[in-house]
Design a protein around this ligand. Structure first.
Ligand code: F6P
Length: 321
């Protein structure tokens, strides 16, 4: 193996830059040429790539987003798009590829693997919905951002005796909301994996009011059955205690400088991905299992559905007294 490529795909996640840096510098140290491919699979199909030097990835470890840019490519979903991507790799004599992204991107990596490309995936997504890794790159930063903002919301909520509904990202997965709810001390957490009727939410809020709480925080996952606004409309009608307000965090959770945890995770995974390519262990994904970075076959990753540890839901409920 002489020349490898690296790309970031799907929703950006803090720490992707740190991972690209690790891929480039560990690749160069091993005597490889490393090509940076811009705009994910879209850039791969267009042949938008160039060699990266150690200096090109200087000063990026602390930056959020991805300097290679990213995309959700509709063209790559087609057979013709994927064939074109493989042709581009062959034209440039790129014989190994590191793909950093979430579930959709890793499914794309598996397709390339089946077409004979030596590929290693790295889980990068704030949602923490990639199977076979305890954490994906970006999750820790997103949680820190979320908890920082909810702390600020609590200040104003307590001052006005208000109930705030805070809607957080996570697509169809409740991880960010659930863990965010525990670490911010939320009164109620609403996630897709555990349906909870509006009446039950209202009674938890009423209880909190009666018990003398100065505020109530409800963290709502964007994929939950009811949106934060729908819950707020219901509470406004049924719960006379707290005044109700809604904050939708949105893409603010995807930005910002990566935490120490994310920088280290991204660095370790990027280096492991290059080692895996060199050792011929491709068709795999780097996964954090305990404190070890292990390789998992991409086939297993794409065939599994993300699961959520619901004992955390019981913990969140028990501690919201
Ligand atoms: O997958 C990351 C994520 O931020 C999800 O939490 C969210 O549902 C989605 O991406 C938003 O996608 P977009 O940036 O395309 O609006």
């Amino acid at each position: 193996m002489k020349r490898i490529g690296v790309l970031t795909s799907g929703g950006d996640a803090p720490g992707m830059n740190a991972c690209v840096r690790a891929v480039v510098r560990s690749g160069l140290s091993a005597g490889l040429e490393v090509y940076g491919i811009r705009r994910g699979y879209s850039g791969l199909i267009d042949g938008d790539m160039e060699p990266l030097s150690a200096r090109d990835v200087g000063g990026i470890i602390q930056r959020g987003g991805t300097f290679l840019q990213t995309a959700r490519s509709a063209e790559f979903m087609t057979v013709e798009g994927r064939k074109q991507a493989v042709r581009r790799l062959n034209d440039r004599l790129i014989d190994g590829l590191v793909i950093i992204g979430g579930n959709g991107s890793l499914a794309g990596a598996y397709e390339l693997h089946k077409m004979g490309v030596a590929v290693v995936g790295v889980p990068g997504s704030i949602d923490n919905d990639v199977p076979f890794t305890d954490m994906s790159i970006g999750v820790d930063t997103a949680l820190n951002t979320m908890v920082h903002i909810i702390d600020m919301i609590k200040d104003t909520a307590s001052s006005h005796q208000r109930c705030f509904l805070v809607q957080v990202m996570g697509r169809h997965h409740g991880y960010l909301a659930l863990i965010g709810g525990i670490i911010s001390g939320a009164e109620v957490t609403v996630i897709p994996e555990k349906e909870i009727p509006l009446e039950q939410i209202a009674s938890a809020v009423d209880d909190a009011y009666i018990r003398g709480k100065t505020h109530a925080i409800i963290v709502v996952a964007e994929g939950a059955r009811f949106s934060a606004q729908e819950i707020a409309d219901y509470l406004t009608k049924t719960s006379p205690g707290f005044e109700v307000r809604v904050t939708v965090l949105g893409h603010v959770q995807r930005g910002g400088s990566p935490t120490a945890f994310d920088r280290l995770l991204a660095t370790r995974m990027g280096m492991r991905a290059v080692q895996a390519l060199l050792a011929g262990e491709h068709g795999t994904m780097t996964g954090l299992r305990g404190n070890r970075i292990e390789l998992v076959p991409l086939e297993q990753v794409v065939q599994s559905t993300p699961s959520l540890d619901l004992t955390n839901y019981d913990i969140a409920t028990m501690l919201a007294r």
